[in-house]
Design a protein around this ligand. Structure first.
Ligand code: SF4
Length: 321
């Protein structure tokens, strides 16, 4: 389902403790309802300013037209087979030999809900709920502060398991504050229509050999936003790349920028972000990973175990039978 909402992303923090002004990433910590408006506004601007810093990279290394999603009907984008791969299957290289995909697709093995997976799902649900609820009120012209008062406790609808209440509450409220702060900013400063964000945006990835029902976490101001938990990994950029290719194939408009937002530490959620230029290198890497997976599945060759695999792998049980 496509939901139209207003605003973008960041979170508030009193006097910006912990914010790092690094060139290509930043840290946003904490959440206080006092000063929520100013903080959310400024920090949202900081994140999107970090995207603007990537413009220089784009000028130095413009995207080759043959690596745009709309070139899906010719090599190198044209897939060897159409296997409905998920972006996360291609991009999530937690299992380096890709044995996890083989187990799921060839033996029907199911992932066990590990703690990181459960946390990630709850965070995702909290963000989605906040987007959905704010959209309903803002479209009806409810004042942002009134909307905050109405919505601030609705995170309870998610009924989080014991021990996860704080994670869900803080993630939900951070999202709420960001969107409502942005709505207030547009109203007070610009007096122009607010930027539009879409959550759980569905896009058809079949021209590129992917699923017809891909779901992008959030698109705001043409920036693809993907939420993650756990430590940042280089391959996280590939998920944004996959969505960009699918969106370009569907709409034939360029998608050059993304934002990885990490939410960690359930007891006292810590939010960090990393802007991403969806470069030629990333596009080639994504296509290479897709092609390797297609080859592996077509050739039906069981991959070896990953020598570095972690016991937290959700397929650990099935893999070691
Ligand atoms: S247990 Fe290791 S080898 Fe098996 S699927 Fe998981 S990461 Fe891959």
């Amino acid at each position: 389902m496509i939901r139209r909402v207003r605003g973008g992303f960041s979170t508030g923090s009193r006097a910006f403790p912990g914010f790092s002004g690094a060139d290509d990433e930043g840290v946003l910590i904490g959440l206080e309802t006092s000063q929520w408006l100013v903080e959310a506004l400024i920090l949202r601007r900081v994140m999107f300013r970090s995207i603007r810093r990537l413009y220089e990279l784009a000028r130095a290394d413009p995207v080759d037209p043959e690596l745009r999603g709309w070139s899906w009907d010719r090599l190198p984008l044209k897939p060897r087979a159409y296997l409905n791969l998920g972006v996360s299957e291609i991009a999530s290289k937690y299992c380096e030999t890709r044995r996890d995909i083989w187990l799921r697709r060839k033996t029907g093995a199911r992932a066990e809900p590990t703690e990181p997976i459960l946390t990630g799902r709850l965070i995702h649900d909290a963000i989605s709920l906040a987007l959905k609820e704010t959209a309903k009120l803002l479209i009806n012209n409810t004042e942002p502060y009134t909307a905050y008062q109405i919505l601030s406790e609705k995170w309870r609808k998610l009924n989080p398991p014991k021990g996860y209440e704080k994670t869900v509450e803080k993630t939900y409220k951070a999202t709420l504050i960001t969107i409502l702060g942005e709505a207030m900013y547009e109203k007070l400063v610009n007096e122009t229509p607010q930027p539009v964000a879409y959550s759980e945006y569905r896009v058809d990835g079949t021209p590129l050999g992917m699923s017809q029902n891909l779901s992008v976490d959030v698109i705001s101001d043409s920036v693809i936003i993907d939420f993650k938990t756990g430590a940042p990994r280089d391959f996280h950029k590939l998920s944004i790349t996959g969505y960009a290719l699918a969106l370009e194939a569907a709409y034939e408009t360029p998608r050059d920028y993304g934002l990885l937002i990490y939410i960690n530490n359930p007891e006292d959620p810590r939010i960090t972000y990393k802007p991403v230029y969806i470069s030629n290198t990333l596009r080639r890497l994504f296509i290479e990973e897709r092609d390797n997976i297609i080859d592996m599945l077509l050739e039906d060759a069981e991959p070896p175990k990953d020598l570095n695999c972690q016991p937290t792998c959700p397929l650990h049980g099935a893999c070691n039978k």
